[in-house]
Design a protein around this ligand. Sequence first.
Ligand SMILES: CSC[C@H]1O[C@H](OP(=O)(O)O)[C@H](O)[C@@H]1O
Ligand SMILES: Nc1ncnc2[nH]cnc12
Length: 292
Amino acid sequence: MARAVLGIIGGSGLYDLPGLADAEWRTVASPFGTPSDQLRFGRIGETPIVFLPRHGRGHRMSPSDIDYRANIDALKRAGVTDLVSVSAVGSLREDLAPGSLVLVDQFIDRTVGRASSFFGAGCVAHVSMAHPIAPRLADRLAAAAEAEDIPVTRGGTYLVMEGPQFSSRAESELYRSWGAAVIGMTNMPEAKLAREAEIAYATVAMVTDYDCWHPDRDAVTVDQVVAVMGANRGKAQRLIARLAADFPAEHEPCPIGSDRALEHAVMTAPAARDAALVEKLEAVAGRVLRQG
Ligand SMILES: CSC[C@H]1O[C@H](OP(=O)(O)O)[C@H](O)[C@@H]1O
Ligand SMILES: Nc1ncnc2[nH]cnc12
């Protein structure tokens, strides 16, 4: 069994993780591109932690500019087995007020034009995204929230829009009619790529606003997101600290197989594979590609 390494991707308002022991920023190169920033290596208790600010320190990158493949590949190269995304989201439901935390369990991907797979011409693979969230990791987040007395809503669909502009009211109403609970701009293709890289993935969504559908609330602005994130950042940090402190030393096999997702996914026959792509895929898929 592999040693568990907990990865944390910090979203808007979360650019560092206080309380990391032996913390050090290190550059990790990826053949897929340039990660959003250096990775912050450290530990909480005995648990090794690798933190990445999704938009870079200082929030330099728009959701559409982030190289999600480079980020996930770099985290895989750093040994991450389990990955928690912390994300600011708008609420599409009355009961999810700003300040609420949601452990989402589904996504609707409305992004366009982002590189959304490590695979392609010369090495084709199809992984399952039926259950995009690793349930055991979500269970651990729920347990950490309970231990810290932080209310969380379990389950809900995160609609991933392209952005960077916020939605129109008609779009917001459309997504509500689809049953989505929250809206953001970043968790796809991140979750798909984590699955291809066989990393267990879960999201802590921090509600910062009511988007633009609510009759009694102003439409979302950056000021509002920053203010609510600032007021509630401590909750997310406490949740992560507790998750890490209670994390098992050995990676627990994912009950839905997200850590073995490539086992029956690669279509291209060994003799037909593109050698250059196979080389790039070493960190993400070497485990299965080396078997032929
Ligand atoms: C400043 S609000 C829009 C921005 O915040 C969210 O990012 P993240 O998921 O990294 O917290 C949202 O998806 C947008 O990228
Ligand atoms: N309303 C919203 N739409 C998209 N992304 C967001 N991030 C935070 N609030 C958001």
